[in-house]
Design a binder for this molecule. Structure first.
Ligand code: UD1
Length: 423
């Protein structure tokens, strides 16, 4: 398995282009199942998770062609559909569960393997299934698969109150509701920019959706959806990650395509830590002011709160802050696996349940470390950029799921980073 070698190398300067959002693209792609006309996505990121979703959609009967180096995905679903999403593909990526709503809406039935556990926590699907059941689906778990059937072949509109603002469940129910009979209301819906992006694309396809971006989304079912072309929104997690690079190493970097409204709560914390952020006509310019980073407490929350997907990276910054910070993880129960790896680099961290107490040290020291999940991998790279000496991040396959050309993007702003290919 490949590893990444990072050598602490002082301040960074230059520009980093931000790609289209992985999580938006992964929910926009299954929307192709809702129409027999072509759906084309532009600004798609070049990631292994996108290739996994491509494989899954192809196994269901969709045509998916990757053009312009993967930046354009031309999809079409005009032929017969296979409504069984097999374990072999689904187990690779939890977002595979996003085909459930569209398959059920189009075919009236679906069999989707349960994605299984995942390193950061249990991640059940009860909110998805309960929503679909309220829309008239019968759902049974057999042989590790969810067997779902719409009563009379069609889902019906319903008023659904989510117990938690689940991103995936909001997306699944929203897609399913576009072709349901009648009106569906989702109360306590997730408000993430990826939900707004999906709703925008579905509207282009002829769906009637209101309230996306708020916690009450209303969807009026229509008979059919048509084709569309849609650019994927910028990746706010990649943006936040690269904003942390100059914050941690010093220097000034402009993240091209970045917008404050995608990362508002995160910017407030960076500002409190002593990092300057300037909006430019082309993106966000981030610079570290003089002196040491200040310790700042963070609690993760659904959007517009501080994203759980930036918690590991922010912890890397707090490792060398002046003072003690407390990071509280409220979304996933087991998302501090990067902490013991950061400790190998000299960080001083205590984890108790959902809290991590980070006492800032003057300097981290390079060490061999192990990437445990996608965001943990990149937090170790950020820490390595700030550390004295060499850091080898092992098991980086997670990284390729969510960050395209990470070494190239960081090298272009002056970082010393290279991929060591496995023999
Ligand atoms: C999405 C993102 C992921 C991000 C997460 C939270 C994608 C592809 N992934 O994941 O990167 O970390 O949002 O912002 O967009 N839950 C239940 N029952 C359910 C569904 C969820 O209990 O039926 C719980 C989960 O276990 C978790 C919490 O709700 O503790 C958040 O999950 P959810 O918002 O659904 O995240 P995902 O859509 O899986």
């Amino acid at each position: 398995m490949d590893s990444i070698l990072v050598t602490g190398n002082g301040p960074l300067s230059g520009t980093i282009p931000i790609a289209g959002a992985k999580n938006a693209c992964l929910t926009l792609m299954p929307a192709t199942l809702l129409s027999d006309e072509p759906l084309t996505l532009t600004n798609a990121p070049g990631l292994s998770d996108i290739r996994t979703m491509t494989q899954l959609l192809q196994s269901l009967g969709a045509e998916v062609t990757s053009l312009q180096d993967g930046k354009v995905l031309a999809m079409s679903c005009h032929g017969a559909i296979n409504s069984r999403a097999e374990y072999d593909i689904v187990r690779k990526m939890r977002a595979s569960n996003l085909v459930l709503g569209p398959l059920l809406a189009r075919e009236g039935h679906a069999e989707v393997s349960l994605p299984g556990g995942c390193a950061i926590g249990a991640r059940p699907m009860d909110i998805h299934t309960s929503g679909l059941q309220q829309m008239g689906a019968e759902i049974e778990l057999r042989d590790g698969y969810l067997h779902a059937k719409a009563d009379g072949g069609h889902l019906k509109g319903a008023v659904i109150d989510f117990p938690f603002a689940s991103v995936g469940a909001t997306e699944n129910i929203m897609m399913a509701a576009t072709l349901a009979k009648g009106t569906t209301v989702i109360n306590n819906a997730a408000r993430e920019p990826e939900i707004v992006d999906l709703a925008t694309c579905l509207r282009k396809m002829g769906a009637q959706i209101d309230g996306d971006g708020t916690s009450r989304i209303e969807i009026q079912g229509v008979d059919r959806l048509h084709g569309a072309t849609h650019p994927v929104v910028s990746d706010r997690i990649e943006l936040g990650t690269y904003m942390l690079a100059p914050a941690i190493c010093g220097g000034e970097v402009e993240c091209l395509g970045g917008r404050i409204e995608l990362v508002g709560a995160f910017c407030e914390k960076l500002d409190a830590a002593g990092i300057s952020i300037e909006e430019t006509p082309t993106g966000l310019k981030v610079a570290r002011k003089n002196g040491r980073i200040r310790a700042v407490d963070v609690t993760t929350a659904p959007f517009p709160g501080f994203p759980t997907d930036l918690q590991a990276q922010f912890m890397a910054l707090m490792c060398t802050a002046e003072g003690t910070s407390v990071l509280e993880e409220k979304i996933f129960e087991n998302r501090f696996m990067h902490a013991p790896e950061l400790e190998r680099m000299g960080a001083d961290i205590d984890v108790h349940g959902g809290h991590a107490t980070v006492r800032g040290v003057e300097r981290l020291k390079g060490a061999p470390v192990m990437a445990t999940d996608l965001r943990a991998s990149v937090s170790l790279i950020l820490a390595g950029l700030a550390a004295e000496g060499e850091t080898v991040v092992n098991r980086v396959y997670h990284l390729d799921r969510g960050y395209e050309r990470v070494e190239e993007k960081l090298r272009n702003v002056g970082a010393k980073i290279e991929r060591v290919k496995s023999q």
